[in-house]
Ligand binder design. Structure first.
Ligand code: FMN
Length: 320
């Protein structure tokens, strides 16, 4: 199933909205995830939850990630998503990796790694309710040092998962330390369905190394793309053994930030507040960034952001 989808934008709550997906796709992401969506929230027809599923005009190859722990609710909401999204939907994924306390405390996300039977029941129920592929995204294991991912992956495959994604950290690790890519290879050996490798891809060479070391069928990128959609073009070039495009200039970084801000306002005015963290990421390491950071926290309109960006360009010119 990943013949066409080799470089994927990861699901990122609060980040992988229409604006960010648009920029990452333009840069070369083969497929993009929505932010994770609560099955329970959808079942209450919660507007905020449904809003997370809004797509860009003509957007295709979208994967939707559900979180929850009740097989029947997950199944009915997966069927609703399939109906609603039609051709835009590439596949449905179940979140079994989120380590956030408010998620885990309800038995969702990576808590499912502690209850493989329930995780398998969810995959089975969702699989029975939809005709699209169903996948599971999980971590190396729950407790640090207790690698359960290969066995867990086998159970998910037996339950009907069409592919699995592995992030090489334990849930207890949160985002600390380095991702272990060895586990991706061990999951690859354990199952016959496609395996997506995830964790710490920051440059084109990382994707090439992960693919070579693990035999994974696709790579998934999250934090490396923050403020850096260009990473997708670099990864695509590296995987194709072509020369990687040069890193963006300061002007290109600021131009991307401006475009990002505009895309956010097109959806909904209040979304512009989301631009604060993106702006910080685009500016990281630029001359004048430290001073601009404080101002960004007070930006509430497109004009506010543009003013900060204008000043950064000015400072960059003075430095060059
Ligand atoms: C801000 C943020 C939000 C995330 N939200 C989700 C999510 O909704 N679902 C999920 O499965 N993983 C989520 N993740 C985890 C990423 O998808 C990915 O597995 C992890 O960041 C490791 O990949 P990376 O090293 O490329 O960042 C999130 C990560 C970050 C940084």
């Amino acid at each position: 199933m990943f013949g066409k989808y080799r470089v994927l934008l990861a699901p990122m709550a609060g980040v992988s909205d229409i604006a960010f997906r648009t920029l990452c796709r333009e840069a070369g992401a083969d497929m993009a995830f929505t932010e994770m969506v609560s099955a329970k929230g959808l079942s209450f027809a919660n507007d905020k939850t449904r809003h997370l599923l809004a797509l860009a005009e003509g957007e295709r190859q979208v994967a939707v990630q559900l979180f929850g722990h009740e097989p029947d609710v997950m199944a009915s909401q997966a069927a609703w998503i399939e109906d609603m999204m039609g051709e835009s939907l590439a596949y449905l994924d179940i979140n079994m990796g989120c380590p956030a306390r408010k998620i885990v405390s309800k038995g969702d996300g990576s808590a499912l790694m502690k209850d493989p039977a329930l995780a398998a029941a969810i995959v089975r129920a969702v699989k029975g309710a939809v005709s699209h592929p169903v996948t599971a995204k999980f971590r190396r294991g729950w407790a640090e040092g207790d690698e359960t991912a290969p066995e867990f992956a086998r159970l998910m495959e037996d339950a009907g998962a069409d592919a699995v994604t592995v992030h090489g950290r334990y849930a207890e690790q949160l985002y600390r330390g380095a991702a272990d890519w060895g586990v991706i290879g061990r999951v690859r050996d354990a199952v016959s369905v496609p395996v997506v490798g995830n964790g710490d891809i920051r440059r084109g060479a990382d994707a090439v190394a992960m693919a070579a070391q693990t035999g994974c069928n696709a790579v998934m990128i999250a934090r490396g793309a923050e403020g850096n959609p260009w990473l997708f073009s670099q990864v695509q070039a590296a995987l194709a053994h072509a020369d990687e495009p040069a890193p963006p200039s300061i002007e290109e970084r600021i131009a991307m930030a401006r475009r990002h801000a505009r895309l956010l306002t097109q959806r909904e005015g209040r979304n512009i507040v989301r631009m604060r963290k993106h702006a910080m990421w685009y500016m990281a390491g630029l001359p004048g960034a430290a001073a601009a950071r404080g101002r960004i926290n007070y930006c509430t309109t497109l004009e506010d952001f543009d003013q900060v960006f204008d000043d950064l360009i000015e400072i960059a010119r003075e430095h060059s």
